[in-house]
Design a protein around this ligand. Sequence first.
Ligand SMILES: O=C(O)c1ccc(O)c(O)c1
Ligand SMILES: [Mg+2]
Length: 597
Amino acid sequence: MRTSIATVSLSGSLTEKLTAAARAGFDGVEIFENDLLASPLTPEDIRARCADLGLSIDLYQPMRDIEAVPDEEFARNLRRARHKFELMRRLGTDTVLVCSSVHPLAEDDDALAAYHLRQLADLAQEFGIKVAYEALAWGRHVSTYDHAWRIVEAADHPALGTCLDSFHILARGSDPKGIADIPGEKIFFLQLADAPLMAMDVLQWSRHYRCFPGQGGLDVTGLLRHVIAAGYRGPLSLEVFNDVFRQAEAGPTAVDAHRSLLMLQESAGLAALPAPVVPTQVAFAELVTPDAEPVSALLGALGFARTARHRSKPVDLWQQGEARILVNTGPAARRDGTQLAAIGLESPDPDGAARRAESLLAPVLPRRRAAEDAPLDAVAAPDGTELFFCATDRPELPSWTTDFHPVPSPGQPARHVHRVDHLALTQPWHQFDEAALFHRTVLGLDARESVDVADPYGLFRSRPVANADGSVRIALSVGPAPTDDTARAQHIALATDDVVAAARAFRAAGGRLLAVPANYYDDLAARYEFTEAELETYRDLGILYDRDADGEFRHCYTETIGRVFFELVQRDADYRGYGAQNAPVRLAAQHVQRPGR
Ligand SMILES: O=C(O)c1ccc(O)c(O)c1
Ligand SMILES: [Mg+2]
């Protein structure tokens, strides 16, 4: 179906918004009145700009407080409407949105509302314009879609129809089933928005927290099915009032917006995309670093051995069990400092995974980084992390490991760590919700609820995504101040069967563990029945503990290099968490450890 976006959903000047919408692949826009009023462009210029960009202007919006107002007020409204219809003719758009009155003098009188809307529609018709009447969830007397439709039906005018807005309908808890009873040709427009589930005033919720379908908790897919069942064939248009998107760069936001509409169409059965190919393991994590020395020392202390080197690039492969870390000292490293730059995801069908990602507008990276390299499908996640869809030593597919030649390593790697338990990635502040949607839809991972985690200097939000058996887990989080180092930290959690032995070996090899305050262990003693010896061991090593109905979780942390630190994790098979309740203690300890505090 045709896709459209309201200019209010994007940041910037009208020109920037239009350009971003067009580049992201939208077919049309709704022009929000304030964007036009603030623009130096004439309506004719805007029309031409849209035409050049291949955008139709699907809607002009909104007209407010039109109906059921006192006579003299309504007379002024008709005069205002005539001006707007002339403007719309210059813009070349034929549908105007009228939202239900919030006027303090508006009367609770459906017959009067219908009479006024009918007169407005009469005038609109002279200009070849259609009026789409929308119930605002906080409308003074009309606040539900079925009420708005009853008034439209009573007015019975060919130039008058209704506009459905998923936010207003779902936020009020209306049953969208009744939509299927509205004749499709009387649904003049469809606005789509999601929102996180929150108990708050609906106007504030709408004006500040709307988000793109799939990012929140409303059943936008179910609603869309009813609208399609009614026979609606107009554009699917996003109308998202959101404080974060107002500030974020319009280009990426528009791409995220368009991706959400692709997803929505897929989930409502309106479009077929290449099926998701769910990764089965973390094949590798790639660190870039300007200085291999401290990273090598840390990996060595953790029990990794440097087993291979890239044939043509300054990249080493460190391995222990199934855990593989690439250490890249190439040019990106000198630019960006030590960080987790790429993740290799073991994929049952790397090519299919890349096609899925591409169909959802993920930026596809070149297949070969150098001519002689094995072809590797890769895309960029919203935070810029490169995701490689790879096969590791599977005879039927090219293996990324063939780009590496073995190097003699002194001794065997240790056996404390057997695989990557999870990766934790901090997201740019404006991209947290999108990151979860991306990992769910592009990679086919399941997202759990997000949790708030207190840091001494702000609040983190964290939301894990994982595959069904937990063999791939990624914890996405967003920190308080983007300039704060802990807010940007990333980590690699390594799975061990015995965290005490792993931590002791790490320390014996010269590694430094994050020290945890004694108060934490006093609290552990109060909550659980550890022996004094166990507690002493945990206190000594900085091991944190969590338990839920499904099992136990023990973990500890290394020091941080650049943006990166490691975690040693011992989890019971059925425990699905990440020790979130320990995170505030860990964050505080990391602030203490950091030089300069
Ligand atoms: O918040 C508002 O005023 C407003 C305006 C126009 C709309 O379509 C809408 O859903 C909300
Ligand atoms: Mg709306």
